[in-house]
Ligand binder design. Sequence first.
Ligand code: FMN
Length: 350
Amino acid sequence: MSEAGLYRPVRIGNLALEGNLFLAPVAGYSDRAFRSICVEAGANFTYTEMVSAEALTRDSGKTELLMRRAPNETRYAVQLFGSDPDRVARGTRIALERANPECIDLNAGCPVPKVWKTGAGSALTRDPDRLRILVSAMVRAAAEQSDRPVPITVKIRSGWDDRDLSWREAAEAAIAGGAAAITLHPRTKAQGYEGTARRELIGELAELVHARYPEIPVFGSGDLFSPEDARAMLAETRCDGVMFARGAMGNPFIFATTRALLVDGRYEPIPLERRLAAGWRELSLLVDDLGEGLACREMRKRFCAYAKGFPGGAALRANLVRASTIEEYRAIFAGAGLPIPALANSPPCV
Ligand SMILES: Cc1cc2nc3c(=O)[nH]c(=O)nc-3n(C[C@H](O)[C@H](O)[C@H](O)COP(=O)(O)O)c2cc1C
């Protein structure tokens, strides 16, 4: 397959996307400020962090902020987690009513005990019956709530541990329930985020799904830290699209550089100044949503990610993790001899 063919449009049910480079759902990170930066930088589709269906049904204002669309996000997915069909169905209706996303994804991969102990997240990858029931409840709820078709998709892991790899059964169950796409992060729940993702499993899933359900796309996630990683995943597994997670942190340009690699066969490295300018822009968007105090605390880890590769970066990061105000960030940047773009009208990052 030509490299140009690796970057291509995708359909999720009735939803037509221009390209196949997505921002993954990332708790504590893929809020609308970061998603907005990623859309500017070329992400074709974005996912909110996982939102508790139960919290939604309890009408939590904080939960609603997690679902809000960014102004430049013409298409996005809200990801829900839960284990009770009735609550997940109600969460689906509420998400559609309040945020009106183009797609709703069900989290069947979260390895955090607080989540899987309730039967949600990665517990669903080893409980195909429940997964099927949840997905069909969501599909029904979406059809009732919305006058346009809203695809329901599912993100799974490879299984519980190395002895219990249930991705095949989970994918079949999700599709039987009516899922319009499957994403596989081929690590087990036991692995968490350690070790390597077993990319070949994405290839096996894509082969199986393409043979039996040609209209259902398969997306791959795991260890995409460079444009070359994404190219390799698309080429080796023949999956329909890829999701960047940790690889986009501090480097939202990975969408544009990957697209350039896939389409033109090469890309220009992004200079540090441009990366840091994207960080300032992210801070400014976060301030709009959270206020200065919370935004500055949230930006600590994010600026550290943007500063990766900066000569003398360790000292810079040691200062960044203590910053609490915009003024403090300015002083830290000035002290390191780094440019500080004007916050209010810093230019879009691409
Ligand atoms: C901090 C963190 C939070 C995450 N939160 C979510 C989440 O809310 N929902 C989800 O489906 N996956 C979540 N993931 C998993 C990612 O979407 C992705 O599948 C995983 O990190 C593998 O991709 P990577 O190796 O490129 O980071 C999270 C990962 C990380 C590191």
